[in-house]
Design a protein around this ligand. Structure first.
Ligand code: HEM
Length: 422
């Protein structure tokens, strides 16, 4: 990648949507300059913080500083919100799950849901993941071409999480639309560009997903099933169970966190493999030998979550910069994952290199709960693609999502030799 650097670090404005509309070369150039010249940078809030503007935020762009904040959750709190905008009280009911909590509340909730979300459980759903991949490829394989995101990367994770939770088939499309609204940024494809109206749409989407889970909970209380929803409804810790509201907001978190991230990791992954054909050939030559490292390399390169926010609970210091209590701090994973101090060739893509200390799944107390599922989904999908669409090629530029939180690809045209439905 040929980076385009801004003339000066003062020209960088992460609070302006125009910054997020620029090409990747400009974005990466700005991050590189921040790492070099202003690794702990302060930004006033601008149009990206409509409708709830605050006093500004610090941005940590170096790996060491992002890791430090991630590992010190008692100082860098998640409770006020994980995006630049504070989580408003009216949104807490739907968006107030563990990701916006600190210990001990966070620990209690994470322990409760972890009982349902274990590697053992995920081994049980291995078949569901495989089945979802087979079905998704079946929908396109006779056509010989498709939009990779719309037809493959997007429907795949939604189908899996909905199947795991026992969401009826008839509701999958609805869940998909609502998560697109929640994580669609200002992109006009996923809702109005008016930020105040968009905010209302996001609240409504959260509310309707919550209602869906409330209904499912009632059904499971009357008739227990063997899905993840039942496991969550009946999970117990010291006689304590998830409340209605805890379950609903966890559902919103799961479907949002579980869809947009994995779908973008897979989309970026296929684009990367097309940009680095030698790496693709290597992986295709022995899938199992490279799957583990290839997947981590894709997540590092793609950084599907651009940042998570924290708020300082006391006066502190990071990277030599004093911070006051109550200040917002952004952990810019997208930049930390390109830090030259950690990664020898940050813009390269080499599926064999190890170790890979990327922060794409976060670190510390809030380290991605769905990491095992995400890795499994990616492995199964790439294996399926290599086996059934081995000559798939990307035929146009990716259309990128305008967003400062999710590193998304909306559309990616591809072509392949048609094959049989199985
Ligand atoms: C490639 C795919 C994924 C990426 C890049 C990703 C990234 C992340 C990151 C960066 C965090 C840390 C949040 C923080 O520190 O504030 C996180 C947390 C979380 N992720 Fe993922 N994620 C992925 C897939 C998934 C999936 C498939 C699920 C579930 C179905 C999931 C569920 C969660 C949950 C519940 C949390 C909150 C954990 C907590 O607060 O303790 N994620 N994820």
């Amino acid at each position: 990648m040929q980076l385009h650097y801004p003339d000066s670090v003062d020209d960088i404005d992460l609070s302006n949507w125009d910054f997020w509309r620029k090409g990747l070369e400009e974005r990466e150039g700005a991050f590189a300059l921040l790492r070099k010249e202003r690794p702990v940078a302060f930004f006033e809030e601008g149009e990206t913080s409509v409708p709830i503007q605050g006093a500004g935020y610090w941005v940590l762009s170096r790996h060491a500083d992002v890791l430090h904040a991630s590992l010190n959750a008692q100082i860098f709190s998640s409770a006020k919100g994980i995006t630049i905008i504070d989580t408003p009280p009216e949104a807490r009911e739907f968006f107030g799950s563990m990701i916006v909590m600190d210990d001990p509340r966070h620990k209690r909730l994470r322990s409760l849901v972890s009982q349902a979300f274990t590697p053992r459980y995920l081994r049980q759903v291995e078949n569901d993941v495989q089945e979802a991949a087979r079905r998704v490829i079946n929908t396109v394989i006779e056509r010989g071409e498709c939009d990779f995101v719309d037809a493959i990367a997007a429907p795949f994770p939604i189908q899996i999480i909905c199947d795991m939770l026992g969401v009826p088939d008839s509701q999958h499309a609805f869940v998909f639309e609502q998560t697109n609204i929640i994580l669609g940024g200002i992109d006009p494809e996923y809702g109005t560009e008016d930020m105040v109206e968009r905010f209302t749409e996001v609240l409504q989407a959260g509310q309707s997903l919550s209602q869906l889970m409330a209904d499912m909970r009632q059904q499971r209380l009357q008739h227990p099933t063997d899905d993840l929803t039942s496991a969550l409804v009946y999970a117990e810790l010291d006689g304590d169970r998830l409340t209605d509201q805890e379950l609903s907001s966890f559902f919103v978190l799961l479907v949002a966190a579980g869809n947009e991230t994995t779908r973008n990791a897979i989309s970026h992954g296929i684009k990367l493999l097309s940009d680095f054909p030698d790496q693709r050939a290597l992986w295709q030559s022995d899938f199992d030998a490279y799957a583990k490292t290839a997947i981590e390399k894709i997540v590092r390169w793609a950084s599907p979550v651009i940042y998570m926010r924290r708020t300082t609970t006391c006066d502190t210091e990071v990277g030599g910069q004093p911070l006051r209590q109550g200040e917002k701090v952004l952990l810019l994973y997208a930049s930390a994952n390109r830090d030259e101090a950690i990664f020898a060739d940050p813009y390269g893509f080499n599926i064999t290199r190890s170790p890979n200390e990327h922060l794409g799944f976060g670190a510390g107390a809030h380290f991605c709960l769905g990491v095992n599922l995400a890795r499994r989904e990616m492995a199964v999908m790439f294996r399926e693609l290599f086996q059934r669409l081995p000559d798939l090629e990307i035929t146009g530029d990716p259309e990128r999502l305008t967003h400062n939180f999710i590193h998304g690809i909306k559309h990616l045209p591809c072509r392949f030799s048609p094959g049989p439905i199985i």
